[in-house]
Write a protein that binds this ligand. Structure first.
Ligand SMILES: NC(=O)c1ccc[n+]([C@@H]2O[C@H](COP(=O)([O-])OP(=O)(O)OC[C@H]3O[C@@H](n4cnc5c(N)ncnc54)[C@H](OP(=O)(O)O)[C@@H]3O)[C@@H](O)[C@H]2O)c1
Length: 338
């Protein structure tokens, strides 16, 4: 765009018009070490100036802290932002390594009221089921979510980390606007079944961790050596031990492409995931996470980069060589159930 703002796109067949890149807000309160509230607020404002309208949070991020932190920004810009939050997941304070997943109706009703209160808004624009509780039929979960739409508490529905079959079952109950899953040069398993199902149903894909949790920018290699003691990535198999150095070597083709474009590694990673919209013929709105205004400028500028067929071919094998799983506990993801 001539004025430096990013293009817009409709979020799937049923969703709102949004900036073609969103902003992941999780790191402002959770998971990635200490953050500076002043700088995070400046990041939110800069993103909005650049045309970013989809802001991603969850009730689980800092046990509600992230939603509370975002509330003043959201309420100040209520008509300009699309607020996406999630339910289903909680982290017991007595054991932060554990995850409790609930999709049952009473839990969802309690979760939505708590999120609305923390966010300080009357309606959540896009409400995601964060993780699937296999003990509750997905039709029942989406049935309750659709009641929230009828009651005006929620406008659009989303699902995170679901299988293609779960997406189809959910969509038969109520239109699903977006599926959020990890999708990047390092994580491409959703391309086999979830992406084709989303295309067929007119559901948008919202890739999370499109920068491979920062690894694809080259800003760290070994999480145990390079990141602070409280950083979640220190427990992830891809970023530790021999895997970390093997995976760092995989950035070479990304570097080659970056040099050809006079771009950063992160910009090529974002351009690649954005370009999957054309490759797979569906809407793709990545949500890179950052807490720094300069990085929002860098990341949004990637929407202007188009990779050639030769460059896409050079990057094609990268994901097949990645060492280590996406999570330490893969039963916590859709891949574990496919
Ligand atoms: N649905 C789910 O289960 C799920 C799971 C994970 C994440 N998410 C969502 O997806 C969002 C994005 O994912 P993510 O934050 O995990 O990973 P990501 O976007 O792949 O990477 C974020 C990391 O990259 C760094 N970074 C961002 N831009 C950079 C740049 N231009 N140069 C160098 N480093 C840069 C950030 O550091 P700084 O912040 O210091 O800039 C942060 O450490 C989250 O914020 C969250 O909203 C959803």
């Amino acid at each position: 765009m001539n004025d430096g703002t990013i293009a817009t796109v409709r979020l799937g067949d049923t969703g709102p018009e949004v900036g073609v890149q969103g902003l992941g807000c999780m790191g402002m309160s959770f998971a990635y070490g200490p953050s500076d509230a002043h700088e995070s607020r400046a990041t939110l404002e800069r993103a909005l100036e650049l045309g970013v309208t989809l802001y991603d949070t969850a009730d689980a991020y800092g046990a509600g802290d992230n939603e509370r932190f975002l509330s003043p920004f959201f309420t100040a810009h209520r008509d300009e932002v699309v607020i996406a939050t999630k339910f289903a997941l909680s982290i017991p304070p007595e054991d932060p390594t554990r995850r409790v997943i609930r999709n049952d109706p009473s839990y969802i009703r309690q979760a939505v009221e708590a999120s609305l209160k923390r966010l300080g808004v009357d309606v959540i624009d896009l409400y995601y089921m964060h993780r699937r509780d296999v003990n509750v039929p997905i039709e029942e979960t989406v049935g309750v979510m659709s009641e929230l739409v009828r009651e005006g508490k929620v406008t659009y529905l989303g699902l995170s980390e679901v299988t293609a079959d779960e997406l189809r079952a959910a969509h038969s109950v109520h239109p699903v606007t977006a599926v959020q899953s990890e999708w990047s040069l390092f994580s491409r398993d959703i391309e086999a079944r979830v992406v084709p199902a989303a295309r067929e149903l007119g559901v948008a894909l919202v890739p999370y961790s499109p920068l491979g949790r920062g690894f694809l920018t080259g800003s760290f290699v070994n999480a145990e050596q390079d990141l602070t003691a409280d950083d979640f990535r220190r427990g992830q198999p891809r970023f530790t031990g021999a895997n970390a150095s093997a995976n760092a070597a995989l950035l070479e083709p990304v570097r080659t492409v970056a040099e050809a474009h006079g771009a950063s590694l992160g910009q090529i990673a974002l351009a690649w995931v954005q370009q999957q919209a054309a490759v797979h013929d569906l809407t793709v709105v990545p949500i890179p996470g950052t807490r720094r205004p300069g990085r929002v400028e860098e990341n949004t500028a990637a929407t202007g980069i188009t990779l050639t067929q030769d460059e896409l071919a050079l990057l094609q094998p990268v994901a097949t060589k990645v060492a280590g799983d996406r999570y330490a506990d893969m039963t916590f993801t859709s891949a574990g159930r496919e």
